[in-house]
Design a protein around this ligand. Structure first.
Ligand code: NAD
Length: 474
């Protein structure tokens, strides 16, 4: 039988991919206890920061090759934010690792009750292509911070970044407990066939279901970081100049290929025209008259996404192409595009856009906006632009989404104290900061009792007085 060694401990044959040896290796690393001490966790986190600092040039070039990512965008989202979050994990670890004392009721007295976080074991991270460094490395860092061994599978749709991570990770991190496997659907399928202690998947809901079904086989817990149509609600009292700038930035960074990018806008009818004017101005200022020549504007990841997005524009169902619409398949370029008067059954409203097209619909009031949001799947992010604190609170309370940013877009995910994750169709579970540590930990309940005194109350024979004591003190 033909065989080829791709990674230490992985045997690849022409017909069969078997990651059993790799998982065994990681499991042995975990079982040896090497991942548990805080010193190991911290040194690995610092090593990731070193990898990002020393590999910065290579990673930024890979991001430019795969996604045409402008240097500053690549640095901010895939290097700077990641390094900052890892610094936060590093600095808070000792506090999070400490057992947490809880109150002990009479029945268990005398005793001391604590929650002891323990690592789960060997985790699998499956990452997508749109922020290919961040979405592979941050979950890895959370898994390591919680004391796990971890295998990451970057996306095959960002192949240059995937190759860079596969080369850099073994160079900087402890190969006994951290590995990167490259590959596409067959490799991911083979990885999912293994028994893991946690699977952390970022990507679309269709594959999310595949991941969850595979995890069910071994009763493995999953985190699913999915997407969906994240709405922007703009009330009549919003600062429209700032709203337009922040919406355009969140929408057109990475050419709209951001899980929390504003997908469509629900704008109060009294200010819709003014907002469209402001959006036009903002995009002009960002990218100039012809964004194709702007060094600050990205490209679509591949031909099939290009054609899908073209189809959403060509599918119509809107009154006006406010700006954009220019395309060049060879260059995978689609101009920042805004469509207004979009019908609820337009193709662009039928799926997550995940590209540089903003669909704008008008609403008579905020109740109508909330009703429309609530009629659809629960989104990953929701954005509300208003100068009224009451309106903002009403929108936060009256809708359900993974997260909310009031008078802003995207940046809530840069706050390490906030959990990042979806709800319903936009996912389950969360990470970032303490939440990431908890995601990859088991919060073990530990009650410790001294041998003396050993009160007779709970033991048979069950005398009446014991019942009275219990009713009083339980
Ligand atoms: P993708 O195509 O890169 O897929 C993600 C991963 O799934 C890859 O590693 C891929 O190998 C694997 N995969 C694909 N098909 C598979 C199959 N049939 N079986 C097993 N594994 C398979 O990325 P994508 O899904 O196109 O990413 C875009 C989606 O991800 C959007 O919906 C976006 O909103 C969402 N997203 C969510 C977040 C978040 O943090 N919540 C972040 C980024 C993207």
């Amino acid at each position: 039988m033909l065989s080829l060694r791709q990674h230490e401990g992985v045997t690849t044959t022409e017909h069969r991919l078997d990651y059993g040896p790799l998982v065994d290796e990681m499991r042995a690393g975990f079982a040896s206890g090497l991942t548990r001490p805080i010193e190991w966790r911290r040194s690995q986190l610092r090593q990731i920061q070193r990898l990002l600092a020393e590999g910065e040039e290579e990673l930024l070039a890979a991001l430019a090759t795969d996604l045409g990512k402008p240097t500053l965008e690549g640095w901010a989202a895939d290097i700077g934010l990641v390094s900052a979050e890892i610094g936060y994990l590093h600095d808070h670890l000792d506090k999070w690792m400490r057992p947490e004392k809880v109150r002990v009721p009479m029945i268990a007295q005398p005793g001391k009750a604590t929650i002891v976080p323990e690592p789960l074991g060997v985790a699998l991270v499956v990452a997508p292509w749109n922020y290919p460094v961040q979405l592979a490395v941050l979950p890895m860092a959370a898994a390591i911070a919680a004391g796990n061994a971890v295998v990451a599978k970057p996306s095959e749709l960002a192949p240059t970044v995937s190759a860079a991570l596969a080369r850099l990770v073994p160079r900087y991190l402890d190969q006994r407990a951290v590995a990167v496997v490259e590959g596409a659907v067959p490799e991911t399928t083979a990885l999912l066939a293994q028994r893991w202690d946690h699977i952390f998947y970022t990507g679309n809901g269709r594959v999310g279901r595949v991941v969850m079904a595979a995890a069910a086989e071994h009763l493995t817990p999953v985190t699913l970081e999915l997407g969906g149509k994240s709405p922007v609600i703009v009330d009549r009292d919003a600062n429209l100049t700032v709203a337009a700038r922040r919406i355009a930035w969140g929408k057109f960074a990475n050419a709209g290929q951001t899980c929390v990018a504003p997908d469509y806008a629900l704008v109060h009818e009294a200010v819709a025209d003014q907002l469209l004017d402001e959006l036009t101005r903002a995009v002009n200022r960002f990218y100039g008259g012809d964004p194709r020549h702007s060094p600050d504007y990205g490209r679509i990841v591949n031909g099939s996404h290009f054609r899908r997005l073209s189809g959403l524009i060509d599918g119509g169902g809107f009154e006006r192409l406010v700006f954009g619409g220019d395309r060049d398949e060879a260059a995978r370029y689609i101009a920042p595009t805004v469509l207004s008067g979009v019908a609820s059954d337009a193709p662009v409203m039928g799926e997550e856009i995940f590209g540089p097209i903003l669909a704008v619909r008008t609403v008579p009031d905020m109740d109508a906006a909330m009703a429309e949001v609530n009629a659809g799947d629960k989104p990953l992010a929701l954005y509300a632009f208003t100068e009224s604190k009451r309106t903002a609170e009403r929108i936060v309370a009256g809708t359900s989404s993974g997260g909310v940013c009031v008078n802003g877009t995207v940046l809530h995910l840069g706050v390490p104290g906030l959990p990042f994750g979806g709800v319903g169709e936009s996912g389950m579970g969360a990470y970032h900061g303490r939440t990431g540590f908890d995601t990859f930990s088991h919060r073990k309940a530990v009650l410790t009792r001294p041998a003396r005194p050993d009160l007779p109350v709970p033991y048979p024979p069950y005398r009446r007085w014991k019942g009275r004591v219990m009713r009083r003190f339980l």
